[in-house]
Design a protein around this ligand. Structure first.
Ligand code: ATP
Ligand code: MG
Length: 203
């Protein structure tokens, strides 16, 4: 599951847990982005902070892990690079890429999306405020195996990192939206302070 994770929140964790259960996955690997090109121009917290928050949030679950492939990459991150690296590290694994309904809407703007389907099966999860559909992808899915893309309804959590950043910047609580350790990490590292206004409008 790729993401900016700025910060990671319970919407991400529930999505991962639900898909893991539904597909009987051995492991869910969270992959924080390095420099997210689709958010270029927008201020994003340092990759190391986002990586550490993701580690803190997932540490207690033996079925969750975090990969540094994108954080350590020199150039901008594309999902296809992530999947190539994960494929190289796990040559025998069946890979699934978990993505929320909003990210699925933009799949056609992803680089090398045809190769994406060869590298992994895709799982689109529901997200409040976004339509979970494949109509816009139908012509590209023709000829793909039936399980190339599966849509999964998950418990609706109307949480976004953007809203968490906004709350933190206004000294409003993010308790229960993100794991406790992440609340404490945000405060310890002074992330999302009011002056960082440009960080508030994520996409
Ligand atoms: P931002 O507001 O900064 O864009 P975000 O909450 O959308 O943050 P991302 O890191 O951009 O989080 O998302 C990573 C992945 O998790 C994406 O595929 C996104 O669609 C999915 N996702 C994020 N929040 C939810 C949620 N509440 N329910 C389901 N999927 C989600
Ligand atoms: Mg997002």
């Amino acid at each position: 599951m790729g993401g900016t994770f700025d910060p990671i929140h319970h919407g991400h964790l529930v999505a991962a847990s639900e898909v893991s259960d539904r597909f009987g996955l051995d492991e869910v690997i969270f992959v924080p982005t390095g420099q997210p090109w689709q958010k270029a121009g927008k201020e994003v917290s340092p990759a190391e902070d986002r990586y550490l928050m993701t580690v803190i949030a997932t540490a207690s679950n033996p079925g969750f892990s975090v990969s540094r492939v994108d954080v350590d990459r020199e150039k901008a991150t594309y999902t296809v690079d992530t999947l190539r690296d994960l494929r190289a590290q796990n040559p025998d694994a069946d890979l699934y890429f978990i993505t929320g309904a909003d990210a699925l809407e933009t799949i056609l703007s992803w680089q090398d999306w045809e190769e994406l389907f060869r590298l992994a099966k895709f799982v689109g999860v529901s997200r409040p405020g976004f339509e979970l559909g494949i109509e816009h992808l139908a012509e590209h899915l023709t000829g793909q195996p039936k399980d190339a893309l599966t849509l999964v309804e998950i418990p609706a959590l109307a949480i976004s990192s953007t809203e968490c950043r906004r709350r933190a910047s206004e000294n409003r609580p993010v308790w229960y939206l993100v794991p406790d350790g992440v609340v404490q990490y945000i405060s310890k590292r002074n992330l999302y302070r009011p002056l960082d206004a440009e960080r508030l409008d994520g996409a």
